[in-house]
Ligand binder design. Structure first.
Ligand SMILES: NC(=O)c1ccc[n+]([C@@H]2O[C@H](COP(=O)([O-])OP(=O)(O)OC[C@H]3O[C@@H](n4cnc5c(N)ncnc54)[C@H](O)[C@@H]3O)[C@@H](O)[C@H]2O)c1
Length: 419
């Protein structure tokens, strides 16, 4: 194992405490870790991971090590690294770590290269940097690889582009698209944490307010559901008739954004698009309205229009709350329009990452068992893995379900008339 490159190894005790705290919320991964300890499915396999270096990721790395892997980790984003966690992993948890919070672009590249130099048989990516660098700079390694996994939409976009060009040379399992990942990550994770960010920043009471959700995809659904549960009247704005109908049938008011602009107390954009709230909407909003974004980029609320309309200037009235004075009407922008659950809260809770990383661990095992049989290209997480994870989660919640009887199974799989 090469020497680790972390900020400060003496931070390890604080890191261990943080990892243990997260572990209590990650029972699915813990049960996989116990099985991995017994069965050692990754024995002798070098696994390189380019993920956010957080306590939750540390528990994934512990699981891989328990399975017998030689594990190495670098950061998928220099700003999300928890230095104490990096120190704990590099200390006594047996993982080669190359990551320091705030590392510059050169260090980032050096750290990715350090993992590439290990000649991994499996890569775990969040954004595809590791696998793309291997394709670009060390194609000789691809022959010995079993494959990779990918955690995010952006990474899958890149890998699918590589595949379209006929250049993706190994199988990749699209962890991001597993049912147990999307349900938890987008719907429950963002649903809760986006509201958490808004509440931490403003300390508003949601009950009795009108909250406008712009975009009713997986994430928008989660936010709408949670806001209604907290007593808010929820309005949904959509451009897709199917999604708009779904929202209406769920009991939300559905209307164009221009109408909602006059009604809302709190607005959350979560479309993945741009300029969803712009001049014409901002001009109609009530005094004191709160604007937040939970979409990936900070382009869903037009900051250009907001600044242009703010003839009375802007002042930061609370941390992460910028108040724009539109000639007597005040609009409160949270976290500069950046993704509010990460900027004003702590992103996804550990229980959400439990499901994502259970998928990662089982996808790595899948690559060891069947990677050689998979053609190069992006593959879905096998349905049986999704079901295994759902079953483990239900067991951790002490929830039990029924099974089909033999006669029911036979009936459901036959085409004849019921006899
Ligand atoms: N904050 C987080 O933790 C987090 C987590 C997951 C996804 N995201 C981001 O949230 C965004 C949405 O993700 P998703 O998975 O819900 O996507 P999605 O494609 O399932 O849903 C987006 C919805 O927005 C609608 N839409 C597009 N433009 C619109 C407009 N101008 N007005 C109203 N509705 C519009 C679309 O019709 C669609 O129904 C993406 O940017 C994604 O990267 C953030």
């Amino acid at each position: 194992m090469a020497a680790p490159d972390v900020a400060d190894l003496s931070l390890a005790p604080a890191g261990r405490a943080r990892i243990a705290w997260a572990d209590q919320q990650m029972p699915v991964l813990a049960s996989i870790r116990e099985r991995f300890e017994r069965e050692r499915p990754l024995a002798g396999i070098t696994v390189a991971a380019c993920l956010h270096v957080t306590a939750e990721t540390a528990n994934l790395m512990r699981t891989l090590v328990a399975g017998g892997a030689e594990a190495a980790l670098c950061a998928a984003n220099p700003l999300s690294t928890q230095d104490e966690v990096a120190a704990a992993l590099a200390g006594d948890l047996g993982v080669e770590v190359h990551a320091a919070r705030g590392e510059d672009a050169d260090a980032y590249v050096r750290h990715v290269q350090a993992l590439v130099a290990r000649g991994p048989q499996i890569t775990l990516d969040d954004g595809a940097d590791l696998l793309i660098v291997i394709h670009a700079s060390r194609p000789d390694l691809l022959e010995g690889m079993l494959g990779g996994t990918e955690e995010t939409t952006t990474g899958l976009l890149r890998l699918r582009a590589l595949e379209r060009d006929g250049r993706l040379a190994c199988p990749v399992i699209a962890v991001n698209e597993a049912f147990t990942e999307r349900q938890f990550n987008d719907r429950h994770g963002t649903g809760q944490s986006a509201l958490d960010g808004i509440l931490r920043a403003t300390n508003l009471l949601l009950a009795g307010r009108t909250l406008v959700v712009l975009g009713y995809g997986w994430t928008g659904k989660g936010i709408a559901e949670r806001a209604r549960g907290a007593g808010a009247s929820v309005v949904v704005c959509e451009v897709d008739p199917l999604r708009a109908l779904e929202a209406r049938m769920q009991g939300y008011e559905v209307m164009p954004a221009l109408e909602a602009a006059e009604r809302g107390d709190i607005f959350i954009t979560v479309t993945g698009g741009r300029d969803v709230l712009r001049r014409e909407h901002l001009e109609r909003m009530k005094d004191g309205a709160v604007l937040a974004n939970a979409g990936h980029f900070d382009i869903e609320i037009s900051l250009q229009d907001l600044r242009a309309l703010a003839t009375g200037g802007m002042q930061e009235v609370r941390p992460l709350v910028e108040q724009y004075d539109l000639g007597g009407r005040r609009l409160n922008l949270l976290a500069q329009g950046r993704v509010v659950n990460l900027a004003a809260a702590e992103g996804h809770p550990a229980a959400v990452m439990d499901m994502s990383f259970a998928n990662q661990a089982l996808a790595a095992e899948e690559l060891v068992r069947h990677g050689a049989d998979l053609a190069p290209g992006v593959h879905p997480v096998p349905d049986r893995i999704d079901r295994e994870i759902a079953g483990l989660k239900l067991a951790s919640l002490d929830v039990h379900i029924d099974a089909l009887t033999a006669a029911q199974e036979q009936y459901l799989s036959s085409w004849g008339a019921p006899g």
